[in-house]
Each structure stands twice: as C-alpha cells, then as structure tokens.
Design a protein around this ligand. Structure first.
Ligand SMILES: Cc1ncc(COP(=O)(O)O)c(C=O)c1O
Length: 340
C-alpha cells in the first residue's frame, strides 16, 4: 500500500484528516454493527446529553510502525478498561472490550497509509470517543450512545527533541474534586482545566501543576499528564483519587522496576520537590516531558532541575519508545502486533 504523501518527520501534534473512521450506535439497550464512515462530521440531536451535560468519555493511545513493517498498538486493553471505568463513572453505555478492540484495529487497518514510517518519531494517534446522543432536557443519562474511533498521524511531541519544560503551580484553581470525576477521562475535566492551562501557557509554562484540592499540600497532576520524581534510585508518583490513572505512568513504573529501581506510589508533598534529582510529566502524547523548572505562582518559590533531561528519565523514555516500536523485546505483552 502506498503511504500518504505527508512530511512525516515534520508532523506536529495536531489533527489531520485521514480516510475513514468507525462508528457503532447503542440503541434499545444494545450495540449495533460497526460502521465505516469517510465523513469527519457527526449528525446528532441538538438535545443530546453529550452537548448539554457533558456525558462523554474518550481515550487516547498510539500505533507505531515497526522496523518489520508491522503496525503495533500499545496497551489497548488498558485503554479499553479505562473507558469502561469512565462509562461507569458518568453512566454511559459501556463499550465491551472486544468491540473496543475491533473498532481500534479496524480504524488503524483502514488508515494504514497514515501510519508514520519507523524511525520518524511520529505515530498514529487513536482517539476512541463515547458520547450520549439521546435527547434529554432533564439531567439524566441518555438512552442512546455513539462510540466512534478516529485516527490521526502525529509527530513527536518535542519538535527539538526530548527537551525539558517549565510548569506552574497555581493554588487558585482545581482541575478536579477529591470525590469527583478526576479519575475518569471525561470531557468535563478538560473543560475545567482550560482556563488555568491557558493562563499557564500565556505566562510561559507548558502546563499547570495542580495540587490536591483539599489541603493544597500534595502534587496531583501535571496538566494532561501524571507527575513523577526520581530520587535515591526510586521512582515516586502521586497516589490520588482525583488524577487519571496514566497508562504511560503504569508502564514507566514497570520499566523502573525492570531497571532495578524502587517504585513508590504515595502522596508527594510540595516540600519534597527540592529532594528530587529529576522530575517529569508522563502521558501518551510525549511519553515523558522532563521538567526543568517548577514555579509556584502564589508563593514565588522556584524549583529547578537543570536544562538537560536527567539520565534516568532519558533511559526510561528510550526504553518505553523502543518497546512501542518493536525495537526492544515486549516482555510484558504490552504490544498488539497487527497483521497489517
Ligand atoms: C489528565 C490526564 N492525566 C494523565 C494522562 C496520561 O495518561 P496516559 O499515559 O494513559 O496517556 C492524560 C492523557 O491521557 C490525561 O489527559
């Protein structure tokens, strides 16, 4: 198959149209057949619950081209399970794992010509989306749903290579409440982060570093990514019910163990920040964004970690990428190697 005519090495992390997407409708209490569409539009009732009450959840994962010319999808089962938890959290119809797998693999197969070549640093981002389409005026879950998957080729997150960023602690905002929906991948959390995230960008930072909403004492999340710190051969990452359980973070914890490090998942007080040798944010988009500076907007305190990525973050970053692209053995069974 001929590859799409794109400048693969210069793709940015932005939406690009591909050939097809797949859709499946939930009506009368059951999922229908998977349908293929070549339109980037969806047609829905103006009173759909997704539009008014934010009844929607989504996922994000990537497919990579291996040296052997086979496409690999990273840890899809974890994303399928997280979408089920999000669905339970905001009363969406659950997407069975097998339907999820069929939809993502079909979306990748149909857009095979958009999977970036091995070695370009680019990948095919897969975006499953689950929305309440049934009309409601009262605040109630919908009776009809649409599950769809689109894909889009994306470049490496860092155009100038793997480079450390600055983040901002802001105490006048919360992304999620302790007993709220922070642990689900639902649109409302992202709407709630737009104002503080945009302000952080405008003030020269890559993201807002949220603290726990109750005491403003512990680190919660780094914008759309989890936080981690490294000290004394230990990978430390926050334990909190209001953060999204990141699949990248889970994978890095395993990689840290494989590298002979200790792993601690526990509350991280802000006062501990000066003790870390390396800190970073992790997620599907960037794998790891090393953090070079944390500025506390309210106290004026500044924590610095050097302008170059730390050695452990760098090693973990390359190791995870090598597993994703098939350059390194997939000993934990994380990769679905496709026949295309
Ligand atoms: C709020 C938030 N936290 C963390 C992550 C990282 O999760 P993952 O590693 O599964 O992409 C994401 C991105 O998906 C996110 O949106």
């Amino acid at each position: 198959m001929e590859l799409a005519n794109l400048d693969w090495s210069n793709l940015s992390f932005a939406y690009k149209d591909t050939d097809y997407n797949v859709r499946c409708y939930y009506r009368n209490g059951q999922w229908g057949e998977l349908e293929v569409s070549s339109s980037n539009q969806i047609n829905m009732h103006m009173a759909a619950t997704t539009l008014h009450y934010g009844q929607e959840a989504f996922e994000g994962m990537k497919a990579f081209m291996g040296k052997d010319g086979k496409v690999r999808i990273f840890r899809w089962e974890e994303n399928a399970e997280r979408l089920i938890r999000s669905a339970q959290g905001i009363m969406l119809a659950e997407v069975p794992k097998e339907l999820f797998k069929k939809a993502i693999t079909r979306a990748v197969e149909l857009n095979r010509r958009f999977v970036p070549p091995h070695g370009t640093g680019a990948s095919l981002y897969i975006r499953p989306l689950l929305i309440g389409t049934g009309p409601r005026v009262g605040v109630k879950p919908a009776d009809e749903y649409l599950f769809m998957v689109f894909v889009t080729p994306v470049g490496p997150y860092f155009k100038e290579g793997f480079s450390p960023v600055k983040v901002q602690i802001a105490r006048d905002v919360d992304r999620a409440a302790p007993l709220g929906t922070g642990k689900y991948k639902v649109g409302g959390n992202y709407a709630a982060s737009l104002l503080s995230g945009t302000r952080a960008h405008d003030e020269g930072f890559a993201a807002c570093l949220y603290l726990d909403a109750v005491e403003k004492k512990y680190i919660d999340e780094a914008g759309p990514a989890n936080f981690f710190g490294i000290k004394n051969n230990t990978y430390v990452t926050p334990k909190s019910d209001s953060i999204l359980p990141s699949i990248t973070n889970k994978s890095l914890q395993q990689i840290a163990k494989d590298m002979g490090m200790e792993v601690e998942v526990r509350p991280i007080p802000v006062e501990e920040l000066p003790e870390f040798d390396e800190v970073g944010a992790c997620g599907t988009a960037a794998v790891i964004s090393p953090i070079r500076e944390i500025q506390d907007r309210d106290t004026g305190k500044v924590y610095t970690y050097g302008d170059k990525p730390g050695p452990i973050s760098t090693k973990m970053y390359h190791k995870l990428q090598a597993i994703q692209t098939g350059d390194e053995e997939d000993k934990h069974g994380w990769v679905l190697k496709m026949d295309v």
